[in-house]
Every structure is written in structure tokens, then in C-alpha cells.
Design a protein around this ligand. Sequence first.
Ligand code: ADP
Ligand code: MG
Length: 264
Amino acid sequence: MKIFDAFKKKKEMRVISVFNQKGGVGKTTTVVNLASALGFNKKKVLVIDMDPQGNSTSGLGVEEPEVTIYDVLTHEKEINDTIIHTKSKNVDLIPANADLCGLEIELLSVDKKEYLLKEELPKIPENYDFIIIDCPPSLSVLSINSLVSSHSVLIPIQCEYYALEGVSQLMNTVNIIRKGLNPELEIEGVLLTMYDSRNNLSEDVKNETENYFKDKLFDTVIPRNIRLAEAPSFGESIIYYDKNSKGAIAYLSLAKELIKNRRK
Ligand SMILES: Nc1ncnc2c1ncn2[C@@H]1O[C@H](COP(=O)(O)OP(=O)(O)O)[C@@H](O)[C@H]1O
Ligand SMILES: [Mg+2]
């Protein structure tokens, strides 16, 4: 019985890729602020920045990191030696910078290059509740490594004209990964971002997305909120930059939804 209890208590680490091959849809904004909101709710979170632009790295207040995910993927560094604390409570980070740009070419002749990240994750001490991966806006080896390593994918969709353009390609990618490299990959949820309640278009996109994704759509919708766009230039998540803003309230609500889904 005791052994069983101990087993039950062992934390289950949930690895989530935030992915959409379109740029500018709110992936990085979601990674930084969802991670911070989960941390605020006492969940231990590790963010892995897999985008050479390093926006979630700077968004979490880390400038010019000395070691990055590049060093992990090229076996220059032990993964645990690249994890750093951020000023967001309970949020750690494996940073990225422009070094990652050349990785695709450097890996051309490497075997099993889709599994480089997945092979490293078991070395991480199991005290994280969530690992959240920021993917680049492309279907590169970096995105594939992320999706192969993940339990699930969280898909941000921007409320704009042609919002669902590219979604079938995205779902196609997810299905290809499922058929081959990672049959377990689930859809964590689809998140509407930059929703503007004064605009009919946002409502149209919401209805369309609901029809397409049904119950996979998160109840939480992220509003267009200038404070969310400002926060990164201060290296702060919205939770610390302006806790009472609409953006902060929305990401705290998303964090609650994610935690609740895990308990189901
Ligand atoms: N809800 C929002 N309200 C206002 N601006 C936003 C919101 N979400 C993202 N942005 C801004 O839109 C731009 C693109 O967002 P970002 O998260 O970097 O997208 P991605 O990572 O998908 O490329 C950034 O300048 C960001 O500050
Ligand atoms: Mg980004």
C-alpha cells in the first residue's frame, strides 16, 4: 500500500509544444504568460525556447544567455547545466539564441535527428509539472523535435482574416507526426488569441474555430491587450507587469483550465 502511495505521488510531467507554423499568432506570448501563470498557481514549469529568435528567452527577462538549447542538441552541454531560474516565480528556462539558426544544416548527416530533444528530456529531474516548448514559425527540424518530445500540442490561432488558413496544413503535420514519430501526441487545446470584442470578425473567427475544433477549443479567449505587447520589452510576464490587465486575467484563466484538464 505504501509503495502504491509513493508511486501515486510521483509527479507526472506534462510536455506541451506551443505550435503553429504561422508567425505572429501569439505562440511566444502564450508560452511566457501561460508559464508564468502556471508558476503563479504553484506549478513548477520549465520553458524550453526552441526558436532561434529567442523571444521567450528575452520575454522571461534573460538577455545574452551563455548556454542554450543549441548546446544541448549538439551534445556540447548536459541539459541540466543549461537550465536557469527566471524572475517569474516557479518558472525555469532553457534559453535560445541565434546559434540555433544553423542547426538544421549542421544536422543534415546526423542520424535520428528528430529525437535529439526527446532523448535529453528524461535526464531532467522530475520536479516539473509542465514543460512548455516555444516552437519556431516553421516546420523545421526544431518544430519536429518539439512535437516528437511532447505529450500534446497547444495551438494558438489569431483572430484575423484567413485565421483558419494553414490550419489544415497544421493538422496534417500533427497527423504525420502521430502516424510515425510520436503516436501519443494529443491536442491539448486550441487557443484564440488577439480577440477584439469590438470587431465582428473576431466573433466570426470564434464561431468558425468552434465548428472546426469543437470541444478542443479552450473556453478562455485571449483578448487583444496592449499590456501583453508591452510586457516583453521589460523582460516581464504580464502576471508581474500588470496583474490586473485583461491579458493577465486571461492567461491566469487559461492556466486554471489547463490544470483542471489534467485532473480529468
Ligand atoms: N493578445 C495580444 N494582444 C496584443 N498584442 C499581442 C497579443 N498576443 C501577441 N501580441 C503581439 O503580437 C506579436 C506577435 O506575437 P508572438 O507571441 O511573438 O507571436 P509568435 O510567437 O506566434 O510569432 C508580438 O508583438 C506580441 O507582442
Ligand atoms: Mg515566437
